[in-house]
Ligand binder design. Structure first.
Ligand SMILES: NC(=O)c1ccc[n+]([C@@H]2O[C@H](COP(=O)([O-])OP(=O)(O)OC[C@H]3O[C@@H](n4cnc5c(N)ncnc54)[C@H](OP(=O)(O)O)[C@@H]3O)[C@@H](O)[C@H]2O)c1
Length: 289
């Protein structure tokens, strides 16, 4: 098969960024193969997308999913096994002759960071660099779509909370991450690049509340909570390793370390990244139901 005709494999296809990548790939004229965990998940994909069933923890299934693929988008949840899962996926991609992997990392990935997520992303990047295959690293900031976790609270009580104070964060819409990933998965010129991806402005969570209030036509307020109260609210919803990681993430935001604004989305896609106002208007229904 011609290199050009080999499918693009999209992992995390039922997740936040994977879904955005699939939507951005539509219409680019490349065959796409979406990786899902269960047969039934095929129905969660956009109409017409071909699916393959595989699990990051089952190397045989991942090797089969990668067979014949030309490029691949790699994302896992930031769970304790993420680094091992991503390293193994990259090894299997190299063995399968995949030409290029686009890896979802995070803004400020650094092996010496106090934030465990930033350390593991940096370790994965280093490993991929050592494999001799093509790569693009996407380092986005905090996702707007993460606010959907507060949709019920916003809808019922008009408020949401986090341990972040008045710190500014250049948060980004996952649709813009999807657009950059689709470019890196289908165009030349992104080989060996590390892209720091941000929204168009550094904003506080009070700014986010104001954007939601304006889009919803009602009062929405943001309240600072201490880290231990935030951790308690997440208890039982995710493993302790992940909760501790989130607290480290928020401390990093709180120190103002994620306020950098880049023009990378516009440079690559030709369109500026979406603002919090646009996100709030587009997702207003989710915060109202
Ligand atoms: N959230 C943020 O603000 C933020 C900011 C910067 C970077 N990031 C990075 O973004 C990544 C998360 O991306 P996301 O939001 O797109 O993730 P997500 O919405 O949590 O989706 C995760 C995807 O991975 C799939 N998956 C989970 N375990 C799997 C397994 N064992 N085998 C195969 N597939 C599996 C899930 O499938 P199921 O549907 O079957 O569960 C889902 O499709 C993390 O690496 C994080 O560090 C996040």
């Amino acid at each position: 098969m011609d290199q050009e005709d080999r499918p693009v494999l999209v992992t995390g296809a039922t997740g936040s960024t994977g879904r955005a990548v699939l939507e951005a790939l539509a219409g680019r004229g490349k065959p796409v193969r979406a990786m899902v965990r269960r047969e039934a998940d095929r129905e969660r994909l956009p109409v017409g997308v071909q699916a393959v069933v595989a699990d990051f923890d089952d190397a045989v299934s991942v090797a089969a999913a990668l067979r014949g693929a030309g490029r691949a988008y790699l994302v896992t949840p930031s769970a304790e096994r993420a680094e091992a899962q991503q390293r193994r996926f990259a090894d299997l991609a190299a063995e399968a002759g995949v030409e290029h992997v686009v890896v979802l990392s995070q803004l400020a990935a650094d092996k010496d960071s106090p934030v465990r997520f930033l350390r593991y992303h940096a370790m994965v990047e280093e490993h991929v660099r050592s494999l001799g295959i093509g790569y693009t690293f996407l380092r986005p900031n905090l996702f707007f779509q993460g606010l959907l976790a507060f949709a019920g609270l916003v809808s019922a009580q008009g408020r949401f909370y986090a341990p972040i104070g008045d710190a500014k964060v250049s948060a980004i819409d996952v649709r813009d991450i999807g657009a950059v990933a689709a470019a890196a998965l289908t165009e030349a010129g992104h080989e060996g690049a590390t892209y720091t991806l941000t929204g168009p402005a550094a904003i506080t969570h009070h700014d986010i509340a104001a954007a939601l209030a304006s889009a919803l036509g009602r009062d929405v307020t943001f309240a600072e909570v201490p880290p231990d109260v935030f951790a308690d609210s997440l208890s039982g919803m995710m493993p302790p390793w992940q909760i501790d990681g989130l607290l480290e993430d928020y401390a990093h935001y709180g120190r103002g370390e994620a306020a950098e604004v880049t023009a990378t989305v516009a440079d690559i896609t030709g369109k500026p990244s979406r603002s919090i106002g646009q996100f709030a208007r587009d997702y207003a229904a989710a915060f109202s139901s």
